[in-house]
Design a protein around this ligand. Structure first.
Ligand code: SAM
Length: 355
């Protein structure tokens, strides 16, 4: 019943990209002008996304994160969120499966009840303040907002858009409409923003958010990534510790991507460090991704994709679709190969894959 890969990892976390379009041009993601966009007819419809997400949930997926590109550019995203939020009650196919398998009601009660537990969104925050209330009303649980600089000019240099104020308002809106805990993603790149590490830590304390510092990964469409441009987890930890001593929250990361720290002096906020390059966490990976055009990716760095869209559009039955998904999960890579001499970057950048 659960999705388990060939390395005995259970897959619980699905990231769904809703569009490859983005209104920011972050230099570490989509630096070069207008990229070729995926043809509209290849993008999964809301009905298709709902259908496959329901199947994923029936197979044990507990968390769905909507991402992109910029997911808020997908028109009527609130409608999709409303559809997916229904999966938090119960997988609609659950009763059908139970009744067809046995009429013994005691046995039915003992079966696991597959439900979505967490519906989240990652956004650049540009239009979020005016959308937050409707997103919450539609059934969104929480939000992660990207923010790579607290300085207006630098923010503009990094993203190509003068929108720091909108993003700060997004954080307030997320709190106001209880889309919490609010997480902030900050990609650190040497020479660009590592001098703001302590400022961000202070920001986390003052605004009571969960800061997530993320190591720069070779997923930029400009292929400018170099090992020297990474600001390592160790450096991030040490820099914050000198000013605001940190205490590890839990000894194990579990399936989380981040090591999580609290402030030793009891201040509000949390620091998370996501270090896919220098402290690889593939052994505990529970994630799988679905691109906007319906390709399953078993790893951010996969060089192959698996065409779920054609399976669904080709008229496969539900059982055949389940079989396809299970067979793809079995192909999930044991680990990424960023640190291997023969590493070759994924065919698509983060904005296409869905971060
Ligand atoms: N548009 C949304 C946003 O800005 O959050 C969602 C998509 S974005 C691709 C998701 C996350 O991926 C962002 O937090 C972004 O900073 C991160 N990201 C993009 N390119 C990256 C890279 N090369 N290395 C590390 N993180 C990256």
């Amino acid at each position: 019943m659960l999705l388990r890969d060939a390395h005995n990892r259970i897959i619980r976390d699905l990231r769904v990209s809703l569009t490859d379009r983005c209104n920011f041009r972050c230099f570490y993601c989509l630096p070069n002008g207008e990229p070729p966009l995926t043809r509209k007819d290849t993008i999964l419809t809301f009905e298709e996304i709902e259908y496959v997400c329901e199947i994923f949930v029936s197979l044990g997926i507990e968390k769905i994160r909507l991402t992109g590109g910029e997911p808020l550019l997908r028109r009527d995203i609130e409608v999709l969120i409303g559809k997916l939020a229904r999966l938090k009650v119960q997988s609609p196919m659950f009763n059908v499966q139970c009744h067809s398998e046995t009429s013994n009601s005691k046995f039915q009660n003992e079966k696991p009840n597959p439900k979505l537990k967490d519906l989240a969104l990652t956004t650049n925050g540009h239009t979020f303040p005016r959308r937050a209330e409707n997103l919450k009303r539609a059934g969104l649980d929480r939000v992660t907002i990207s923010l790579d600089s607290l300085q207006r000019e630098r923010f503009k240099e990094i993203t190509g858009v003068d929108a720091l104020e909108n993003v700060l308002q997004s954080i307030e809106a997320a709190k106001r409409f209880d889309l919490t805990p609010v997480k902030i993603n900050c990609v650190l790149v040497r020479g660009r923003n590592e001098d703001e590490i302590v400022d961000f830590a202070r920001f986390a304390r003052e605004t009571d958010v969960k800061m997530r510092f993320i190591e720069f990964m070779p997923l930029d469409s400009g292929h400018d990534w170099t090992r020297e441009s990474i600001v390592s987890a160790r450096e991030i930890r040490e820099t914050i510790n000198e000013v605001y001593p940190l205490r590890l929250k839990e000894k194990s990361r579990g399936a989380e991507t981040a090591w999580r720290y609290e402030f030793a002096d009891g201040a509000a906020g949390e620091i998370g460090i996501v270090a896919p390059v220098t402290e690889m966490f593939c052994g505990a990976c529970s994630r799988i991704r679905l691109t906007a055009d319906g390709q399953i990716r078993t790893c951010l760095f996969s060089t192959v994709e698996h065409n779920l869209r054609d399976v669904v559009r080709g008229g496969a039955s539900r059982a055949e679709t389940v079989e396809f998904i299970e067979s793809v999960v079995l192909k999930k890579e044991a680990r990424h190969s960023i640190n291997d001499a023969e590493f070759s970057p994924a065919s698509r950048s983060m904005s296409f894959i869905g971060g």
